[in-house]
Write a protein that binds this ligand. Structure first.
Ligand code: NDP
Ligand code: MG
Ligand code: MG
Length: 327
């Protein structure tokens, strides 16, 4: 796959264009600040509340979603995925005139039919492969995080150039950008977060922690071992791959990895991952999540509350606050 860099992108295609960032949360704030620092003209479309206050504190002009969409050439939707459809239908579609660009950082609402854009607008994606905080931090350091771009509709003939220019303004082309389809980004992103990065990793940590405390080990020790240290291990893999991590850990740890790891995470896990990918690609996962969200997300809220009671979270909070006092 070709990796695109700064030289492949031209900020000039955004000269005289206004970008409305819709939503000012994790991604909205990070992306809006980076684009403004790169000289782009950015306004924020947001409802009254904490996010609006934050955008104004950061010195942005804030407008209602509709007024921002009306003003902008590029409407970059950074609302929670489950809100894209309702907000688009009521507040964006009525002012979406021919020649504008609809832009996203995740393809969920387009791929699963929550938003059905008219044919006469460009539809693009610029997706940083990072949480917003890290994205902003790397940009301020003078570099960037990697990203994906995708073009869904291109009546203007300029959609890819616009996506690349936004990626450049956010520092993504410094690290490297891949072009893919909306489906590829949506499915791989959901797969990764459900099976490896969030779901998967969190359950692995919790089982490890629970096994130790149920066997009578102090929760503080279990927390250090199964949760705190995970970052240090992942940092080594991030820097130099699994082999670098293996070179730094003890031979004993490396032997345990080879001997015990494939028994704990056995091939049946991969079979369930294949089934998970099937549920994502078939739209089953999306239908279930949208139904939950439309009902006021009772299960999500209950699980969120229950997690706050988990001993790993309670001991973790205490341990992390000790670190902060010492540092
Ligand atoms: P957040 O939940 O952090 O922020 C959402 C923003 O939308 C908030 O500012 C919220 O404002 C605002 N909002 C919610 N409902 C409305 C509404 N009805 N009208 C106006 N504003 C509203 O979302 P994320 O930044 O996490 O996600 C945004 C997009 O980026 C999603 O498509 C996501 O998949 C994608 N993405 C996210 C990543 C991440 O790291 N979080 C990584 C890559 C992509 P308020 O404070 O008023 O609720
Ligand atoms: Mg992701
Ligand atoms: Mg995601």
């Amino acid at each position: 796959m070709e990796i695109l860099h700064d030289g492949d992108a031209d900020l000039g295609v955004l000269n005289g264009k206004t970008i409305a960032v819709i939503g000012y949360g994790a991604q909205g704030r990070a992306q809006a600040l980076c684009m403004r620092d790169s000289g782009l003209s950015v306004v924020i479309g947001i409802r009254p509340g904490k996010s609006k206050d934050a955008a104004e504190e950061d010195g942005f002009e804030t407008l209602s979603v509709t007024d921002a969409a009306k003003r902008a050439d590029i409407i970059h939707i950074l609302l929670p995925d489950e809100m894209h459809g309702p907000v688009y239908d009521k507040e964006i579609a009525p002012v979406l005139t021919a020649g504008k660009t609809l832009s996203f950082s995740h393809g969920f609402s387009i791929v699963f039919g929550e938003i059905k854009p008219p044919k006469d607008v460009d539809v693009i994606m610029v997706a940083p492969k990072s949480p917003g905080t890290e994205e902003r931090k790397r940009f301020v350091e003078g570099f960037g995080v990697p990203g994906l771009i995708a073009v869904r509709q291109n009546p203007s003939g300029k959609a890819k150039e616009v996506a690349l220019a936004i990626a450049k303004a956010e520092g993504l082309t410094r690290a490297g950008v891949l072009e893919c389809s909306f489906e590829q980004e949506t499915y791989e992103d959901l797969f990764g977060e459900q099976n490896v990065l969030c779901g998967g990793m969190v359950d692995l940590m919790k089982y490890g922690f629970e096994t130790l405390i149920e066997a009578g080990y102090p929760p503080e020790m279990a927390y250090f071992e199964c949760i705190h240290e995970a970052k240090l291990i992942v940092d080594l893999i991030y820097e130099g791959g699994i082999q670098k991590m293996n070179a730094v850990i003890s031979n004993t740890a490396e032997w345990g990895e080879y001997d015990n790891g494939p028994w704990i995470i056995d091939p049946s896990v991969k079979e369930r991952m294949k089934e998970s990918l099937r549920r994502i690609e078939s739209g089953e996962f999306a239908a279930k999540w949208i139904k939950e969200a439309r009902n006021g997300a009772p299960t999500l809220k209950a699980k969120r509350a229950a997690l706050g009671e988990h001993p790993a979270e309670i001991v973790g909070k205490r341990i992390r606050s000790l670190f902060q006092k010492k540092n």
